[in-house]
Write a protein that binds this ligand. Structure first.
Ligand code: GLU
Length: 487
């Protein structure tokens, strides 16, 4: 019988989630779901100095926002808990001692001063620092004695220093590393906490994890993990390293620079569905031209075989375009609800019809964050730039505007029921009467109402939203301005 696929997302709560972290979570989740397996959330907080308050909530909230649910984890429990490494602290030392027993690890009592001096020496010689195994030669009596007298210690893994280590990665294939590059890494730190390099192996094994998906920055640590699995005599899980995500200048996205943080993207007006869809395409493809996927569809089609090893570039233009497509997919009611706070940002407490504003802007909005500016003219406009009246195709210029705006004013003033068709019919009838094209009268009206070269809607839509009084007031002001200009 095939083993149940079990994957895990194992974030360290050290900051906010960027798109690379999010991609690991999504790929781990999908790799499990696509095989009917289990997805586990494990919090890796062994580096107590780097903990950030609230960071675990950020992880929960982000997963929830994109619709990813975990089958086991700190909040939902499960058969393999605890799922927070600090709560598992007592579990690691016995495993490390087992390795000491088997000759694969040893106690080290070297003080910081000594290690610092060694490190400096290596640095000035231009060499990579490697622990010199000073404590490897201690007899077990000496070790016991030092422990009994309360000396601080760490436990180090004894690495082979000749030969090579090869492991297979699902994406990168067979990878071979020189053992001489492997350091006798620390497994248990002097504060009693395991290092990430030790804890991840113990946890993945004891939680029965079958597939490990993580960033390619872990490629070179994996030989050390392989030695740990072998030292314990444990099965080696399937390794799946994910390609780098780089910015358009080729540099790596990083937590430290605050790059591509999920929450910042939401705050800028990207929809979670679009972020999810875009993120999944960073290094994965379905093998055909399809680009749009819901989470449910991805659960069906995702396959580890579609992961590529070449770095993928975070392209905000593409993300923005995709976001616009998602905005277009929303029904008007849904879009109005989502757009409402952004509209309010643009028009303040003005009581206009949000549904009508939403209907006007939905076609042209790619980013919710662009909405406040695109609708702010509804709130107020400053003086109109007369240049805006110039439009060759509409045969309009400031003089023509000065002729036509009073006509528009009169005819609009007579409308009793202020709605789209009435406004349109009235202005069209006026154009017909004057023997001009519709556009020639619509253009100056649009300019008078907005004072902008480009607006998310035409004169009629905008007049309807502004209401009769405001429309007439703005046309009036525009006429006065033109009169002054023309002396
Ligand atoms: N805690 C590690 C990180 O946040 C997890 C890496 C892994 O998936 O093993 O990078």
């Amino acid at each position: 019988m095939l083993k149940e696929v079990r994957t895990r997302y194992a974030p360290s709560p050290t900051g906010y989630m960027h798109i690379g972290n999010l991609r690991s979570a999504i790929f781990e989740y999908l790799a499990a779901r696509a095989k009917g397996g289990k997805f586990i959330l494990r919090i890796e907080d062994t580096d107590q100095a780097r903990l950030v308050e609230g960071a675990v909530d950020v992880i929960y909230n982000t997963l929830a926002a994109i619709g990813i649910t975990h089958d086991e984890g700190p909040d939902v429990g499960g058969d393999y808990g605890p799922y927070v490494q600090s709560e598992r602290k007592h579990l690691y030392l016995p495993y490390a001692l087992e390795l000491v027993e088997k000759g694969h690890a040893y106690h080290c009592f070297c003080k910081k001063d000594r290690l610092d001096a060694l490190r400096e020496e290596a640095q000035s010689a231009g060499k990579q620092f490697k622990y010199d195994r000073h404590c490897l030669n201690l007899s077990s009596e000496e070790v016991q004695e030092k422990l009994a007298s309360g000396n601080e210690f760490v436990i180090r893994q004894l690495m082979p220093d000749t030969g090579t280590t090869t492991y297979y990665d699902e994406v990168f294939g067979n990878l071979t590393f020189d053992n001489s590059t492997l350091e006798d890494q620390i497994l248990i730190k002097s504060d009693g906490f395991p290092t990430y390099n030790f804890a991840n192996v113990i946890d993945d094994h004891t939680m029965n994890i079958t597939h490990i998906l993580r960033g390619s920055e872990y490629l070179s640590s994996t030989p050390k993990f392989v030695h740990l699995y072998n030292a314990f005599g444990w099965d080696i899980p399937t390794f799946v390293h994910l390609p780098l995500v780089v910015k358009s200048d080729g540099s790596k996205i990083s937590k430290r620079n605050g790059d591509a943080m999920f929450q910042d993207m939401i705050d800028a007006g990207y929809l979670p569905e679009a972020i999810l869809n875009y993120t999944v395409l960073l290094g994965w493809s379905p093998g055909d031209e399809r680009e749009f996927f819901t989470l449910q569809e991805l659960e069906q089609v995702f396959d580890i075989k579609g992961i590529s090893k070449s770095p993928s570039t975070l392209d905000y233009n593409k993300l923005k375009w995709m976001n616009g497509e998602y905005i277009r997919k929303l029904d008007l009611e849904g879009f109005t609800r989502i757009a409402a706070p952004w509209i309010k940002d643009g028009i303040g407490n003005l009581e206009l019809d949000y549904g009508k504003i939403a209907a006007m802007i939905q076609k042209r909005t790619n980013l919710l964050g662009d909405i406040p500016d695109s609708v702010s003219f509804l709130k107020e406009i400053n003086s109109i730039d007369p240049e805006l009246y110039n439009h060759k195709k509409m045969q309009c210029d400031p003089l023509a505007a000065l002729d036509l705006l009073p006509e528009a004013y009169k005819t609009l003033e007579a409308i009793t029921e202020w709605e789209h068709n009435a406004i349109y019919d009235t202005l069209s009838a006026k154009a017909l009467e004057l023997g001009i094209k519709n556009g020639k009268i619509m253009w100056p009206v649009r300019v008078a109402l907005t004072s902008r070269p480009v607006t998310p809607g035409g004169a009629i839509e905008i007049a309807e939203i502004l209401g009769k009084k405001e429309t007439l007031d703005r046309i009036n002001i525009a006429i006065k301005q033109l009169e002054e200009l023309n002396g």
